[in-house]
Design a binder for this molecule. Sequence first.
Ligand code: SF4
Ligand code: SF4
Length: 334
Amino acid sequence: MKTKTLLTKTNRLGLFEIRMESIGGLGANLAGKMLAEAGVLHLGLNGSNFSSYGSEKKGSAVTSFVRFANPETTIRAASPVDEPHVVAIFHEALFKTQDCLSGLQEDGILLVNTVKSPDEIRVLTGLQTGTIVCIDALGIAVQEKTRINTAMLGALCHIVDFIDPEAVKKVIQDTFSKKYPALVESNIRTFDRGCHELTVQTYTEPDFNIERRVFATQTLGYKTQTIGGIIVNPGNSMFKNLSASRQGFLPAFNADTCIHCAACDQVCPDLCFVWEQRTDEKGRAFQFLKGIDYQYCKGCMKCVVACPTDALAKVRESERYAEEHQTKHVFQLL
Ligand code: SF4
Ligand code: SF4
């Protein structure tokens, strides 16, 4: 293991900055802590880490920030990382709901948990130059019965030259052996696979066939803040899309084995199940389950547990599954 490391690239403050975009439950907060700890305790760097999250519940947005500096540089910045060298996206659906690439440097690195290729991610995000790294962290975590955070850490070690994998492994070992000793081996395996099972592609020239997007940087300061008290983007639970809260799985509905008992609807925390009144074989009015409105499904799987038949099953969410199996609610605005 290295004992003295020097950063090969820094910003004007002498810092190397990493931003991890995730949702609650995927372990980005812990990943940020372990990465910073590896840098400070085992690589001789200065480092800092903190996370930002709202309601601290599974599925809500979480961002973890990590900064490193050479030993002679004091880290004075305590604000969120606005212009990262590396952005790690723990959940691909976040591209739909937030500006994940905001501030990413032109030669920055984008790491994504996905089954897509770097070329596909480039088209999806509009990233023109930089390096795209793709890893099926969820697939690895499912096979190893762990969470994706250690696979993402492995990938980070592969792409950031000054982070020594042995240092991070040591921290993973220390962290898990305190609370979950039974999970040490599987997390080390997940980490090792994260180091190797990835696809890396660097783009040095812009591709003008790809739709260019401008990634916002921080624009609001004391001179440009919106006037207090004005809600410029009012929320409405009817329009809310919870797909980014799903952690890679959703309930699949099989109408053939459904007995329309509504056990699923009773446990669902959101308005996911869509019903329709029809007549039964005796001509009586009866509520039939039509399907699932995946816009509101956060993937908690309570319905799968409650279903007395095999009409609901937990399946890994694949590209466009939700759109193709969607049963939309029809609301009447009063
Ligand atoms: S997984 Fe089932 S219970 Fe949970 S939000 Fe989705 S439909 Fe509702
Ligand atoms: S719990 Fe299962 S069987 Fe009952 S209505 Fe829901 S999907 Fe159908």
